[in-house]
Design a protein around this ligand. Sequence first.
Ligand code: NAD
Ligand code: MG
Length: 392
Amino acid sequence: MRARTITILGSTGSIGCSTLDVIGQLDGEEKIEVAALTGNGNIALLAEQARVSGARLVVTADDNRYQDLKNAVSGTGIAVAAGRAGLIEAAEMPSDCVMAAIVGTAGLAPTLAAARRGADIALANKECLVSAGDLFVQAVKAGGGRLIPVDSEHSAIFQSLDEKQRHAVERIILTASGGPFRTWQRSEMAGVTADLARAHPNWSMGLKISIGSATMFNKALEMIEAKHLFDVRPDQIEVIVHPQSIIHSMVGYTDGSIIAQLGAPDMRTAIGYALTYPSRTRLNVERLDFAKLARLDFEAPDEARFPALRLARTALERGGLQGGIMNAAEETAFQAFVDGRIGFLSMADIAEQVMEDMVGFGMASSMDSVFEADAEARHRAADIIDRNAAAA
Ligand code: NAD
Ligand code: MG
């Protein structure tokens, strides 16, 4: 039997590195070979990953780094490409499965290309669903591959949701750690820096999602992600703050039963599940010790202190392009925050303002409309940031 093959979009990131770790733990019939890897600026790591994994193609998203990457893998026979076209080439290269682990909307076009050719999509890049929603789900269906969530909450729901009992699903309960500022007042949050905001209490992750955890924007994106993955109404999606991140999410059924998935906060479990579904593999990850844990805590989320949750509700109710607009504005504001140009609380303010300004933008009728709304939202967010800087 031939080994299954995988392409990892975003192999040098937090999810990408964990994916290679998991692949290294798979053996025998479960063995997966690497077809292509993509990264961005970290050429040394990308080249090293390509050599160690035996990838056939390696791609940097940065056109200017093509020659550096070429030099770094010279003599290995590994093909090299760069830029947007290179990312699409990697996505379109034959492989059974694609791990979509690029951060942000930059991941949308290549993941869509992989979906269209019928690869199974292990989806870490939640922005695909937030921006393109049903269009993305339809592309996967039309291509004929499977869509398997990697986000820990959605993997938990996927594992807790019995397809035969879909009619009896009452609610989806997303757990949220609450991030590093869970107990802080807004006045205290006003002055926090990116360094402070990136220190997540439970999970070790990329910069964008760590900051998104502090603002709870990550949970906002996950609410929209859940709607598209599990085809539920907005009012069926609940968020509960659970600081220990042991229950990764739950499904509530009409008979009052709740099915949950639990585990140590380690993305390799969700990644391994996505790669070996519908089976399960053996992974070298921490085992839960309930006696040591002693307790699990829960709190209602506070939308006044974390307005991102309220914005997600608005985006869900309005539907159409509003999720993508929220995400694009927030990605722009996130970069400005990291660059020290705006304060922590301004990120949600800017996203809200752009959402209001673009409320007339209508439905996501085509991928073109999705990309146009994304570009327009970024433009408007950048404008607000520039105007605020000029006024200060
Ligand atoms: P990361 O920042 O650690 O890695 C991002 C990857 O994308 C890197 O390989 C980087 O080279 C690549 N990249 C960055 N900019 C790019 C661009 N413009 N074009 C092409 N490639 C680019 O991010 P991460 O934490 O691994 O997250 C990846 C995705 O997975 C995100 O969508 C995130 O929301 C999601 N996710 C992450 C975690 C986690 O634990 N890290 C958990 C759940 C979901
Ligand atoms: Mg998550």
